[in-house]
Design a protein around this ligand. Structure first.
Ligand SMILES: Cc1cc2nc3c(=O)[nH]c(=O)nc-3n(C[C@H](O)[C@H](O)[C@H](O)COP(=O)(O)OP(=O)(O)OC[C@H]3O[C@@H](n4cnc5c(N)ncnc54)[C@H](O)[C@@H]3O)c2cc1C
Length: 436
């Protein structure tokens, strides 16, 4: 169940705090190695000013044009650095195109990880407004309306009630509802037997493909390159062990910093540099439907109980084009069946809770792999093995794109590590491995 109590995991700490918090080779640091120290009065000219003078000669390569890589590339190019964004196929064709793309911090444990998601959730409106320029985030499918959940047996009710109390104690705007409140909120739902219900008001949804397209548009405005259908196959290293170019199926591309945001392929790409970022294999299925008129009055996301005991719960939401997305279980449930028969079955289950949904046809979508670091938490930051390589790998990457892209760009461009926020998520927590 989505809100099942989990023991708060302790993040492994395999490196000393000195190692973990070592400053990476941000662009200012690279610049400082190249430039003589400039004195101004009695003080040294700061890194930011040096960055300003030299940014056109520093080149960042971002590998992977999913939502995370595209947002990081946009944030860095906004700072005035030339960026090349590379994808082995079409941008957005990885996990980002399979995502349920709900924006939330519910059931994200422990508190620091909840707070990271919460911070990003709170950033989404301004992030989207900046990205589309005219301030209209709905052009990215961004919609806020909250999540409505109900359950139909006594055990699930006890778990949901305890979960709501915990989220409330963390200050999350979530509350229990009775049946008439639920029906008032969404009159189109057929609730059936209900033992408990909850509403979390600050959750929303977005369309990752529209976000990625907007990032590509902004990169093009700044003459940054986007290389489609170009696979990164290896690296050229300096004698000092830095990446000086990425090798691709279209030739070598020079870089001063390389960001590995290749989703589930990040592990393989990093391992070629001796960097160990293990992942869990986790596939999920979210089907789509043909468009319908608006069916949900207020909420964006519905989590409904199983119709048959033992089945996972079903969740659904309506997209910007009127089509619905339907998935099952929670955000980590393993599912592989991308068949039309399974899509029809998922739609039938969702329609039993929202009868008007039966007017739509199910559109099968193959299973997608969730990028998922082995302990479930983001792996974000410079590597110690190859200091100009920055890892950007996470689950919940749709929720987390605003905060992770802002902080990654800041760390890369300004050379100050955001350890107070990202300290628990450094890739160094995974045991290093020698180059094989
Ligand atoms: C079923 C499902 C449901 C989900 N639901 C949610 C949700 O509700 N909310 C939420 O926040 N998150 C959700 N997620 C997770 C979220 O979708 C991902 O965390 C996010 O999309 C990851 O984005 P990314 O850019 O890191 O990776 P991806 O979107 O996978 O992008 C990586 C890109 O790298 C490219 N690439 C790979 N190897 C190479 C190479 N060698 N050279 C060049 N390019 C390469 C790929 O082609 C791909 O385009 C869900 C995921 C799934 C699968």
């Amino acid at each position: 169940m989505q809100w099942a109590e989990r023991a708060a995991p302790i993040l492994p700490s395999t490196v000393s705090s000195n190692t973990r918090y070592a400053v990476g080779p941000s662009l200012p640091n690279l610049v400082m190695r190249c430039l003589p120290t400039v004195r101004c009065g009695s003080g040294t000219v700061g890194a930011a000013l040096m960055t300003t003078h030299s940014r056109h000669s520093q080149h960042v390569v971002v590998v992977g044009a999913g939502i995370l890589g595209a947002c990081i590339a946009w944030r860095i190019c906004e700072r005035g650095f030339p960026v090349t964004l590379i994808d082995k196929s079409e941008p957005g064709s990885g996990a980002s195109s399979h995502s349920f793309a709900m924006i939330n911090a519910d059931a994200k444990f422990p508190l620091h990880y909840h707070n990271l998601n919460r911070r990003s959730q709170d950033m989404w409106t301004r992030f989207a407004a900046e990205l589309v320029r005219d301030g209209d985030g709905t052009r990215l499918g961004l919609r806020w309306g909250g999540k409505l959940t109900w359950v139909s047996d006594a055990d699930a009710a006890a778990r949901l009630e305890a979960h709501v109390r915990q989220m409330q104690s963390w200050g999350y705007p979530m509350r229990l509802l009775n049946k008439s409140e639920l029906s008032d909120m969404e009159p189109g739902l057929k609730v059936g037997s209900m033992t408990a219900a909850a509403y979390s008001e600050n959750e929303g949804q977005v369309e990752p493909q529209l976000v990625i397209e907007a990032c590509l548009h902004r990169l093009a405005e700044r003459n940054c390159d986007v290389c489609r259908n170009t696979e990164v196959t290896g690296y050229a290293l300096t004698r000092a062990g830095r990446v000086k170019a990425v090798k691709t199926t279209s030739g070598d591309i020079h870089c001063d910093v390389v960001v590995l945001a290749a989703g589930s392929d990040t592990t393989r790409l990093a391992s070629r540099l001796g960097v160990h970022v293990p992942q869990e294999t986790s596939s999920g299925v979210v089907i789509r439907t043909t468009p319908l008129p608006p069916l949900l009055r207020r909420t964006t996301v519905i989590y409904a109980p199983p119709t048959v005991a033992g089945e996972p719960e079903v969740h659904f939401r309506q997209c910007a084009d009127g089509g619905f997305m339907v998935g099952e279980g929670d955000q980590e449930t393993h599912a592989e069946d991308g068949s039309q028969a399974h899509a029809d079955e998922l739609l039938a289950r969702a329609s039993s809770h929202l009868p008007e949904l039966a007017q739509a046809r199910a559109v099968a979508v193959p299973a997608g792999l969730r990028p998922l670091p082995a302990d479930g938490y983001p792996a974000i930051g410079f590597t110690t093995q190859v200091p100009n390589v920055y890892i950007a790998l996470t689950h919940s990457g749709v929720t987390l794109a605003p905060v992770l892209s802002q902080l990654a760009a800041q760390e890369i461009c300004d050379g100050v590590l955001a350890d107070a926020v990202l300290g628990p998520y450094r890739p160094q927590r995974f045991a290093p491995r020698s180059v094989g």
